[in-house]
Design a protein around this ligand. Structure first.
Ligand code: CIR
Length: 269
């Protein structure tokens, strides 16, 4: 059976076609609606990049009733060992969990449900080789983070609860994993000291939204609007794939949020 070499080795993803209602997606600050056509084009290019990176892509149908449902990373978490159904911290997104649950029950032998009444969004979760980092944010509260830790324990994954900088949507809005020992982080998050054991590559000032990059197998997907970050990673020897995120950026999204990624070793995950 094939085994993942690293936490950024994936051979399967789940994504969801954007709905026309995506133009009404949640955002902290209104910089104008994205266009549906623009979001669709960015999503299509993302799926193509995933296939090129060696991943089998499953695409779920659009959900008009849920403008943010394209961001499948938030209602669930997936690992080789199993899936966890979360409880998103935004009221309009809570029912996205019921929508994705049947697909996960088909794909995984083990599907756990977040116990209790707390909230946790997948965007607040960074999986590293050491542990699963859970960031507290406006979407993930302490009760949700602790409930998630109990699920992660059951899957045999070590975890830790950390802080997200004030005013930042998700923990992973400000960071991503570049390789087994290196993270890409905004300065404001790095300053908090959460990445003590890691080598840290700091985002150039003014390109903070580039921090939500995505390592998939041999490549690092990075927002195409961030030339200084692209150049920095390129010089550091990473194989960079720039992808447009201009439209999804208007609704506070980046590259990690458009997929659930895992390494399937065959049946049951
Ligand atoms: C939201 O506010 O929930 C969406 N407009 C954006 C979600 C981005 N999710 C993510 O980065 N994991």
């Amino acid at each position: 059976m094939p085994q993942p070499r690293s936490v950024y080795n994936f051979n399967r993803i789940i994504a969801r076609t954007p709905s026309r209602s995506v133009v009404n997606g949640l955002r902290a600050e209104d910089r104008g609606n994205p266009t549906y056509e623009g979001v669709k084009a960015e999503h299509d290019a993302y799926l193509q990049a995933m296939q090129k990176a060696g991943v089998e892509v499953a695409v779920l149908p659009a959900l008009e009733a849920f403008p943010d449902a394209i961001f499948v990373e938030d209602p669930a978490l997936v690992f080789t060992e199993g899936a966890i159904l979360l409880r998103p911290g935004a009221a309009t997104r809570v029912k996205e969990v019921e929508e994705i649950a049947p697909t996960l029950r088909d794909a995984f032998e083990t599907v756990l449900e977040l116990p209790g009444t707390g909230y946790a969004d997948g965007g607040d979760v960074l999986t590293t080789g050491e542990s699963v980092m859970i960031g507290l944010s406006a979407r993930t509260d302490k009760a949700g983070a602790e409930a998630l830790q109990s699920c992660l324990d059951r899957l045999g994954r070590k975890s830790e609860i950390v802080a997200t900088p004030e005013g930042v949507l998700h923990f992973k809005t400000d960071c991503s994993l570049l390789d087994d020992e290196t993270v890409l982080s905004t300065n404001r998050l790095a300053r908090s000291g959460v990445f003590g054991k890691f080598k840290q590559v700091i985002i150039p000032e003014g390109e903070e939204a580039a921090a939500n990059a995505l390592r998939v197998n041999d490549v690092v997907m990075v927002g195409a609007d961030f030339p200084r970050t692209i150049e920095m990673l390129d010089r550091a020897g990473f194989k960079v794939v720039p992808l447009k995120t201009t439209e999804i950026g208007k609704i506070d999204a980046g590259l990690s949020c458009m997929s659930l990624r895992w390494f399937s070793c065959g049946k049951g995950g």
